[in-house]
Design a protein around this ligand. Structure first.
Ligand code: PLP
Length: 395
């Protein structure tokens, strides 16, 4: 399929020359009359698939009430989503925002302010990981630290010390001015590397012994994507600050920063905010996503389908060892480390009716909606098998 830059849009994305008319569940229907299996979900956003009736219903009924009243008044739906996030996590308080990068910006401010208010004004630097991705705003870019994304935007924001993801490197980077350690439980854009439980608890111990805050970026891994509501739950370790976005609104833009009381008490009126923060439309979507995910058996089904996906993936690696090196990820954040260019496989899959995506380190990534069942996985693997056979023949 040819790729184009549509006129009058900044040429930031080379787009596949296809437009979709509507979606239902895990399927998108193209203007070309074809049905596509959507294993991208807007990059982990459409957690309930397309047009989930509960999500559609909640949005429709909110639209008929009001969209936004502003944070100078009580917003009961906001209070209830915050309570649900807190009771299901380590957190005591939530700040709602509108995107992942914005959540990261808020989290950076909150980490620094905590130390400032505790009298440790010098503790303001944050240790981040190589191959991380935290977003495209100036602060999130500095945390991401990838020179490819930073070119042309100097001066870069100071305050971040990037290290390789190992306990030794992290420990060596800790100094008197270190305030926090920021990491993704699964380095998603960086190639689906799952941080081991040992490493996670080692990092928690370092935070405790050096009085640092542990910040987890769950923008991509959170809200059921890993098979648990939050990926940190796999590790047995609790963070102090967590960022969320993507799947939280099921397609409606929303982000969140979740924090402990230690952090929350220092975010007094005037220290942070955003006009659209916690607007009722986004919150209605977030509450609908939670209604569906809290239904008995929802996350167990994600884990069951994930096990099927990893088993099918492993067979694929055995069948096509020249194309695929290994499977990576957790839950329904799944990928193949490829031996051939990942983008070629993604393009070929699209031709065959399967939407999938690339990730760093030459990984082919599946991010299906969390409502899929085993038959959708089988359908995707039949298509990928066809793509792989044809690729082998072409070479
Ligand atoms: N953090 C992680 C882990 C992400 O994967 C992303 C986006 O891919 C972001 C932050 C930035 O989120 P957004 O694109 O909503 O700003």
């Amino acid at each position: 399929m040819n790729k184009i830059f549509p006129p009058n849009l900044l040429p930031l994305h080379k787009r596949n020359n296809i437009a979709f008319q509507y979606g239902r569940g895990p399927y998108l229907f193209g203007a070309d009359g074809r049905r596509y299996l959507d294993f991208v979900s807007g990059i982990a956003v459409n957690s309930l698939g397309h047009c989930h009736p509960q999500l559609v219903g909640a949005i429709k009924s909110q639209v008929e009430k009001y969209l936004l009243v502003g944070n100078m008044y009580r917003v009961p739906e906001q209070e209830s989503l915050a309570e649900r996030l807190c009771t299901s996590s380590f957190a005591n308080a939530i700040f709602f925002c509108n995107s992942g990068a914005e959540a990261i910006e808020g989290a950076i401010k909150m980490a620094r302010r905590t130390h400032f208010c505790e009298g440790n004004v010098h503790k303001n630097r944050i240790i981040t990981m190589e191959h991380a991705f935290h977003g495209r705003t100036i602060g999130a870019l500095a945390a991401t630290g990838n020179p490819k994304y930073m070119e042309g935007f100097a001066p870069n924001l100071d305050g971040f010390d990037q290290v390789e993801l190992s306990l030794g490197a992290i420990e060596a980077a800790i100094g008197k001015t270190t305030a926090a350690i920021l990491l993704e439980p699964i380095l998603a854009e960086g190639g689906l590397h799952v941080v081991s439980n040992e490493l996670f608890s080692g990092i928690r111990d370092l935070c405790d012994s050096h009085d640092l805050l542990l910040m987890v970026d769950e923008v991509q891994t959170g809200i059921g994507r890993s098979g648990k509501l939050f990926a940190y739950e796999w590790t047995g370790v609790k963070p102090d600050i967590m960022t969320l976005a993507k799947g939280l609104g099921g397609g409606v833009p929303i982000g969140a920063v979740a924090v402990t009381d230690r952090v929350a008490q220092h975010m007094q009126p005037g220290t942070h905010g955003s006009t659209f923060s916690g607007n009722s439309l986004a919150i209605a979507a977030g509450n609908a996503v939670f209604d569906v995910m809290f239904a008995p058996g929802f996350l167990a089904a994600v884990e069951r389908v994930s096990a099927h996906m990893f088993a099918r993936g492993q067979s694929m690696v055995s069948e096509f060892p020249d194309l695929f090196e290994e499977v990576r990820g957790r839950g329904l954040l799944f990928g193949f480390k490829c031996r051939v260019p990942n983008a070629e496989l993604v393009a070929a899959a699209l031709e065959e009716g399967l939407l999938c995506h690339v990730a760093g380190d030459n990984v082919l990534r599946f991010l299906p909606p969390l409502i899929i069942n085993e038959s959708h996985v089988d359908e995707a693997f039949v298509i990928l098998g066809k793509v792989a056979s044809q690729y082998n023949v072409k070479q």
